[in-house]
Design a protein around this ligand. Structure first.
Ligand code: 0X9
Ligand code: ZN
Length: 300
């Protein structure tokens, strides 16, 4: 059974998705779009809008130790399905595609063995370091600033762009939806930031003003919903330059206009080890963010 009073293992999260698809077959479907490097399924839930709706992609758990991300994304899924009428019309006019755990091997490893594990679990040969940073493995500006070619580093970019099944499968799935995906949010922690492209360098797309305006609307909605303050800005300029991120790929390669990385709570007091009592307020903030994005996408 799913609750938001504790952090759940992968099997519970996947069981929740399958339960929703069984219980609401007209609204919810679950598709295994591929498998992780250790063979775990990558399960995407689709929550269907009215026919002809634009799509928004949400993901969580690119980084294993950021447990508040899958927890908040599953909270969003629960509200969009089981409390659907409470959230207005805009969310019903979107096809939502949601992958709550992009890095299932790392997520399980962070529960079983190493709470602060970040990367996936690609093996790297005898006595060598395991894992690729999935948020350095996307093709756009791959291997540039803020990424490493050294497998022992936490920001190891992998042997080439999309060398990891998790990023390859995610990118192919979104590309298969061609021009229908108009919004992309990747949930991470921590720091309370709403980051928009670019991440590879302190530069901005030409529609920077649109990204910034919607980003500020998202921050206001998050504050109203949960009470935490989120800082809005370009990813490289606000945080640090880091290339090969999923957000830069979503914008630069896939052409998705409203692309954000949201760093959820907190600002560093607990950091990655955020106590479970913060799941509900943070989940409310994450839900408010995607509702605001749904309105912006509907107005395109
Ligand atoms: O470094 C990252 O991948 C993200 N921060 S985290 O602490 N969750 O690891 C920020 C990514 C922002 N986007 C890009 N730099 N493209
Ligand atoms: Zn992260």
């Amino acid at each position: 059974r799913m609750t938001w009073h504790s952090y759940h293992r992968l099997a519970d999260i996947h069981g929740f998705l399958d339960y929703l698809a069984q219980t609401y077959p007209q609204l919810v479907s679950v598709e295994t779009i591929g498998n992780s490097i250790e063979g775990r399924p990558l399960k995407v839930v689709k929550i269907s809008g009215q026919p002809g709706s634009p799509a928004i992609w949400l993901d969580g758990g690119i980084h294993a130790r950021e447990w508040i991300s899958p927890a908040s994304v599953t909270y969003i899924i629960s509200e969009l399905v089981e409390n659907r009428d409470a959230h207005g019309e805009a969310v019903k006019n979107i096809d939502w595609y949601i992958l709550p755990v992009v890095n299932p091997d790392g997520y399980e490893y962070s529960h079983r063995s190493d709470r602060l594990w970040r990367k996936n679990r690609r093996a790297s040969g005898a006595g060598r370091c395991a894992g690729t940073d999935l948020n350095r493995n996307f093709d756009y500006k791959w291997g540039g600033a803020g990424a490493s070619k050294e497998p022992c580093k936490e920001i190891y970019a992998g042997s080439g762009p999309f060398s990891e099944p998790e990023t390859y499968v995610l990118s192919n799935f979104i590309q298969s939806k061609a021009g229908t995906v108009k919004g992309y949010v990747s949930f991470h922690s921590y720091g309370q930031y709403i980051l928009h492209p670019w991440g590879y360098a302190r530069a901005y797309p030409s529609d920077h003003a649109d990204l910034s305006n919607v980003g500020r609307k998202i921050a206001n909605a998050m504050y109203q919903a949960g009470g935490a303050s989120y800082t809005v800005g370009g990813a490289a300029a606000t945080l640090y330059p880091a290339s090969g991120g999923s957000d830069d790929w979503a914008r630069g390669t896939a052409g998705i206009k409203y692309t954000y990385t949201i760093e959820l709570r907190d600002r560093g007091f607990f950091g990655f080890i955020l106590p479970a009592q913060y799941i509900i307020p943070t989940g409310r903030e994450a839900l408010a963010a995607v509702k605001t994005l749904a309105v912006a996408v509907s107005e395109l």
